[in-house]
Design a protein around this ligand. Structure first.
Ligand SMILES: Cc1cc2nc3c(=O)[nH]c(=O)nc-3n(C[C@H](O)[C@H](O)[C@H](O)COP(=O)(O)OP(=O)(O)OC[C@H]3O[C@@H](n4cnc5c(N)ncnc54)[C@H](O)[C@@H]3O)c2cc1C
Length: 374
């Protein structure tokens, strides 16, 4: 099979790895190159978790992702997934976290419900007086994002894929580069993250925003490999311990200001006061920790926070994949596997991966991800 894949973020690079490993002739096109900070898959780390509330399909796909990322690690010798655990701060006895617990348990995915006294032992400093319990995924953790993209692309190349740097435009079933080179294949995939609505305005509906991440110097205690990543679904706050000495990460998942995909990433610390207010309530030791850095990110979100993976309505050999919605990075390899399986069996993927407008439903990211910016 001849495959042309545009976009070397998690979805495109995973597809390139998958098809090249399967013996396909793969060309992977990207305007920047794999692991670029301007892409939505850029940045140091992303949370890896299986909890998705009551959604059993995404739970299973995240679990499958762990196996596939481990395969990539074995193949490449790179350490990509840091299994430091993932803690969810539950404000109610029967909310998102309790639903996640039931879904995880039904799929025999390790999960523990901790009382606040036990949870406080997970962190160098912790306050949980506003919480009902903490849900711990001991096999959750953190993926090294840019390193994972470079590794996927490098492994694709080691299996024979070709990487082409350039900006592409769709022309019917073909891909046209700025120098007029025309690429065609049995399969063409547009996996262009936040750029998809510009390329396919009638088919893809995504909001593109600027999000911010702060990195704080919490000292050696926050560098311990056993400090779990964390998410407060209801308050839409999340973070990690210090992985690779870049600082303890904390961010706000409220939808940020709109950002044109081609605009430079602004350098701001607009969320610092809000992040510090949350840290005061949750991890008091970090409230006044020195700021090591702030990172601005490009973020693309569907109205229902579900991914996109569907054929183009007019060109059966062309697929559009993306819609990561703040939780998609981990799903790159299992989505590649699913797409390959669908193509081999000449089926499509479930309807909730469809193109076009979506309507809101319970967010798979955090509570505020499904609320449009005011
Ligand atoms: C702040 C933030 C936090 C997140 N947190 C998590 C998390 O905790 N866990 C998780 O799993 N996910 C998380 N995500 C989501 C996840 O990182 C993204 O949704 C996912 O990585 C998007 O991948 P992609 O391949 O669709 O897009 P991208 O990574 O943006 O890749 C698209 C690529 O296409 C290229 N491209 C675009 N247009 C063209 C063109 N015309 N020609 C050539 N090349 C083109 C771009 O250069 C880019 O490299 C987060 C995202 C952000 C921004």
């Amino acid at each position: 099979m001849e495959a042309v894949i545009v976009g070397a973020g998690t979805f495109g690079a995973s597809l390139a790895w998958w098809f090249a490993r399967d013996g396909g002739r793969v060309t992977l096109v990207d305007q920047f190159g794999p692991g670029d900070p301007r892409a939505s898959s850029g940045g140091e780390t992303r949370l890896y978790r299986c909890a998705h509330g009551p959604d059993s399909e995404y739970t299973a796909m995240a679990r499958r992702a762990r196996m596939l990322w481990r395969q990539l690690e074995d193949e490449s010798g790179e350490e990509l997934l840091v299994e430091c655990g993932m803690a969810w701060f539950a404000h109610h006895d029967d909310g998102w976290e309790a639903a996640s617990e039931r879904t995880l348990a039904a799929q025999a995915i390790p999960v523990e419900r901790l009382d606040i006294a036990s949870a406080s032992k997970l962190y160098p400093s912790f306050r949980g007086d506003d919480l009902a319990f903490v849900l711990l995924e001991p096999e959750g953790g953190v993926l090294r994002a840019e390193r994972s993209m470079r590794t996927l692309a490098a492994q694709a190349v080691s299996h024979g894929a070709r990487i082409v740097r350039g900006r592409a435009t769709p022309d019917g079933p073909a891909v046209v580069l700025e120098d007029s080179t025309r690429l065609e294949g049995d399969l063409v995939v547009w996996a262009c993250g936040p750029w998809l609505p510009k390329l396919f305005p009638d088919l893809v509906s995504l909001r593109v925003t600027q999000q911010e991440l702060l990195f704080l110097d919490g000292g050696p205690a926050w560098r311990a490999p056993g400090v779990p990543a964390w998410c407060d679904y209801e308050r839409s706050r999340y973070g990690t311990a210090d992985i690779d000495e870049v600082g303890a990460k904390a961010g706000i998942d409220d939808e940020g200001p709109p950002l044109d995909p081609d605009a430079d990433l602004p350098s701001t610390t607009r969320t610092e006061a809000e992040v510090r207010a949350y840290l005061r309530d949750r991890f008091p030791m970090l409230e006044h920790a020195p700021l090591i850095g702030a990172r601005s990110c490009r973020y693309e979100i569907t109205a229902d926070t579900r991914l996109i993976a569907a054929p183009h309505p007019e060109h059966a050999s062309v697929w559009i994949v993306g819609g990561g919605s703040g939780h998609g990075l981990k799903h790159g390899p299992p989505m590649a596997e699913r797409l390959a399986t669908a193509l081999a069996s000449e089926t499509t993927l479930p309807a909730d991966f469809a193109l076009g407008e979506r309507s809101g439903s319970q967010s798979l990211r955090t509570a505020s991800s499904s609320r449009p910016a005011s």
